[in-house]
Design a protein around this ligand. Structure first.
Ligand code: URA
Length: 233
């Protein structure tokens, strides 16, 4: 569809005002400022107004409180998946934006919008993820400093980016990381000589797991939550 039509469909702007914001250079298409209202954009094109991504009505954005024991996949022939917990009319349309291990619980985002999920998972986007961690042993001051500075994970060369650590109880911490390496949290704690006994994701960017959601339950994201994923490029 035409760019001005895309804007009029995805915002409160009239077609005329859509043309004006395009002319003013406030709209970017696939990260490039757009100047022409009649350029064609596909449904999955990245269109931003003032740095916030727009989405057409009809896209699906969900948060789920992932229970223990289900895998982060759309389908699997032998194991239950998080997507299996959704009604079939949603399950057939969404994919997972940022996987969790089978034994990790908490905030899982699911969407039909591939551009949006890319923002959640892209290493080039600084989308922090906060985990509550039950540790086998209390975290030493030395280990805390190491996590906050960056640790080298087993079989890797490059240290992790500095993380934020909050001590909540003797063996409970909250760790915020800005990357998504394989089993990153468990490997970070192993790298400082500790061990994760329980892992629960609390937050992705500004999206916090809704405390009203019991394990396995889901809800739609609010407009603010959807938009919060897109910072300035
Ligand atoms: N880090 C892990 O080790 N596991 C997860 O599920 C998420 C982050």
């Amino acid at each position: 569809m035409r760019l001005d039509q895309y804007l009029a469909t995805s915002t409160e702007l009239s077609r005329k005002d859509a043309k004006k914001v395009i002319t003013k250079g406030r709209v970017r298409v696939d990260c490039v400022p757009a100047r022409s209202a009649n350029m064609q954009v596909a449904d999955n094109t990245l269109v931003e107004l003032d740095g916030s991504q727009l989405h057409l009505p009809g896209d699906i954005y969900l948060m789920m409180n992932k229970p223990d024991g289900v895998i982060s996949a759309t389908t699997d022939s032998s194991q239950p998946t998080a997507v299996d917990l959704l009604p079939s009319q949603l399950a057939s349309k969404v994919h997972i934006a940022g996987r969790l291990d089978k034994d990790t619980t908490g905030l899982l985002l699911l969407t039909s919008n591939g551009q949006w999920s890319h923002q959640v998972t892209s290493p080039r986007r600084d989308c922090p993820k906060t985990y509550q961690i039950q540790l086998v042993e209390p975290l030493s001051t030395e280990a805390k400093v190491k996590l906050e500075t960056g640790v080298v994970l087993k079989d890797e060369d490059k240290p992790t980016l500095p993380a934020t650590v909050a001590i909540c109880a003797e063996t409970t911490i909250e760790l915020t990381i800005n990357e998504g390496r394989y089993h990153q949290v468990k490997r970070m704690l192993a790298a400082v000589g500790n061990h994760v006994a329980g892992l629960h994701r609390l937050r992705i960017g500004a999206i916090t797991l809704d405390p009203a959601l019991a394990p396995g339950e889901y809800r739609e994201l609010t407009e603010d939550e959807i938009r919060s994923i897109f910072g300035p490029t």
